[in-house]
Design a protein around this ligand. Structure first.
Ligand SMILES: *[C@@H]1O[C@H](CO)[C@@H](O)[C@H](O)[C@H]1NC(C)=O
Ligand SMILES: *[C@@H]1O[C@H](CO)[C@@H](O)[C@H](O)[C@H]1NC(C)=O
Ligand SMILES: *[C@@H]1O[C@H](CO)[C@@H](O)[C@H](O)[C@H]1NC(C)=O
Ligand SMILES: *[C@@H]1O[C@H](CO)[C@@H](O)[C@H](O)[C@H]1NC(C)=O
Ligand SMILES: *[C@@H]1O[C@H](CO)[C@@H](O)[C@H](O)[C@H]1NC(C)=O
Ligand SMILES: *[C@@H]1O[C@H](CO)[C@@H](O)[C@H](O)[C@H]1NC(C)=O
Ligand SMILES: *[C@@H]1O[C@H](CO)[C@@H](O)[C@H](O)[C@H]1NC(C)=O
Length: 429
């Protein structure tokens, strides 16, 4: 036998083995009690049995009670969510589980894991029955204590397709694994009463190489919050709205001893339908570190209160402005806002997250709610190489003219700012 035919034989044996191995992939179909009891034990058993090179399947159209949290480390696994998952429809039951601790209901780690929700819009939902939590928030408070986070994805090299969250109790998805693609997600945190859905952030990302696209997000906090350690993040082709707090970088610099390190963040081709913020940077007073190369481009706005917003005096509304170091701030470098079009919410600005004193108006005595741009740089050196171009925003309902607030973005470090750094009428130069 020649060397080359031996090699061919070995290759064909290897291919045969791989195919066999694939057809042998353990396949775990999760059984349901059909609403009678907690299906978490069955779910855990399936995840344990198929944790490596497996397929875990929630059956099409079937309802599953996930009444206790699920945490698994997986390797090379497909999670097919063709049914609907239900968290406890009872505040008391959930509080018995969280019991004063920080709990995340679903937590996945490992590598090459794929969450594949149903492409049928009726299935693949996680129902969290959050409305009763929004309604139970005491007046003047910013959300009930003891709410769990919904979902943590600490997977490296993963995909999350058709993730659907209905009425989350609070925070939706935290991504802390590298190299992930999230596509076709739906987040529905729309409150059916006047109660505000506090902290219903859709995505928080503190990881490398993450893309979130083709998604639809209606909620009452950040659509995406870029967290410390985020690099190479793309947020593209999404629609966000309702009481959204926008496409946010931050908050950063909360721990004055831990420098922020964030770079290469791109938000592009986004529609923002209503909401408090569209493009936002937030860092705490007295933070440290560097955020570099951030772009918001091709953004369409409908009636948004603060279209472009930079603050370096971010605070936790529940705690108020606290004593913080002075003479230092998180630095921002190479920030671009390009091609914004649409309208500013001038007629009825703000949202139900305002608890007196209203956090989002704090520190802005000259606010008129006709601002297209608010740049609140901490000092003459904290903002560098900012670029605003092709910003076409008008107050909704006409009559008023567009204004701006700009502090400390001096022209020597920001030669292409595109506006004069002052308060008053918005004027591109
Ligand atoms: C980024 O993540 C995607 C999705 O997992 C992956 O296909 C791609 O190879 C990654 N890019 C790099 C440079 O690692
Ligand atoms: C954006 O979404 C549209 C459908 O709404 C799709 O045709 C297009 O390919 C998407 N673009 C990207 C970059 O995924
Ligand atoms: C931009 O997003 C919209 C949907 O929001 C989509 O229809 C359109 O195809 C996208 N454009 C590109 C260039 O991907
Ligand atoms: C800035 O970030 C973009 C991705 O958003 C990337 O393509 C580009 O290379 C980065 N620029 C630099 C100078 O690193
Ligand atoms: C500006 O944004 C609009 C709407 O998203 C888009 O149709 C247009 O192509 C963009 N222009 C440029 C120069 O990218
Ligand atoms: C803008 O949104 C506010 C609610 O925040 C609403 O009262 C107002 O009518 C809206 N304006 C337009 C023009 O849609
Ligand atoms: C510009 O507006 C900001 C925010 O309201 C205010 O703090 C600042 O004093 C104003 N600057 C001037 C020169 O009036």
């Amino acid at each position: 036998m020649s060397i080359s035919s031996l090699v061919r034989l070995l290759i064909s044996l290897f291919v045969a083995f791989v195919v066999l191995a694939q057809s042998d992939k353990p396949h775990c179909v999760v059984e349901s009690s059909n609403g009678k009891s907690d299906d978490s034990p069955a779910i855990k058993a399936a995840f344990t049995k198929c944790a490596s090179n497996g397929v875990i399947e929630f059956k099409a159209g079937v309802d599953y009670n996930v009444w206790t949290p699920i945490t698994h480390k997986l390797n090379n696994v497909d999670i097919r969510v063709n049914g609907n998952l239900h968290l406890p429809n009872s505040i008391i039951k959930v509080l018995q589980i969280t019991n004063g601790r920080k709990v995340t209901w679903f937590q996945f780690s490992g590598a090459n894991v794929h969450w594949i929700g149903s492409s049928n819009e009726k299935y693949g939902w996680i129902n969290s029955y959050g409305q009763q939590w929004y309604d139970a928030n005491p007046p003047g408070k910013t959300g009930l204590e003891g709410r769990p986070h919904l979902f943590r994805w600490a997977v490296n090299q993963g995909t999350v397709r058709h993730f659907k969250s209905r009425k989350p109790m609070g925070w939706n998805v935290g991504i802390s694994g590298d190299n992930n693609l999230i596509t076709d997600a739906i987040i529905d945190a729309v409150s059916s009463t006047s109660a505000f859905p506090f902290n219903t952030d859709a995505f928080g990302v503190g990881a490398r190489n993450v893309t979130i696209k083709n998604s639809y997000i209606l909620n009452g906090d950040d659509a995406l919050a870029i967290q410390n350690g985020a690099h190479d993040i793309l947020f593209e082709n999404n629609t966000i709205g309702y009481q959204t707090h926008g496409m946010s970088v931050g908050s950063l610099g909360g721990d004055p001893n831990s420098p922020a390190d964030v770079s290469n963040i791109m938000f592009k081709n986004i529609t923002v339908k209503g909401g408090l913020y569209a493009a936002r940077f937030k860092s705490w007073k007295g933070g440290k570190g560097l955020v570099q190369n951030v772009t918001w481009s091709n953004i369409r706005l409908e009636n948004v209160t603060f279209p472009i917003f930079v603050t370096q005096t971010y605070q936790n509304q529940a705690l108020g402005q606290q004593s913080r170091p002075s003479g230092q701030a998180v630095r921002m470098k190479d920030f671009t806002w390009s091609n914004f079009s649409g309208t500013i919410n001038t007629q009825n600005p703000g949202d139900g997250s305002c608890v007196k004193p209203c956090w989002y108006n704090d520190g802005l005595p000259t606010l008129r709610h006709t601002e297209a741009v608010i740049l609140g740089c901490d000092s003459a050196t904290s903002c560098q190489n900012f670029v605003l171009k092709n910003i076409n925003l008008e107050p909704a309902g006409g009559n008023a003219h567009t204004t701006q607030i700009c502090m400390n973005a001096k022209s020597d470090l920001n030669p292409r700012l595109g506006i004069g750094c002052s308060n008053g009428t918005f004027r591109a130069i």
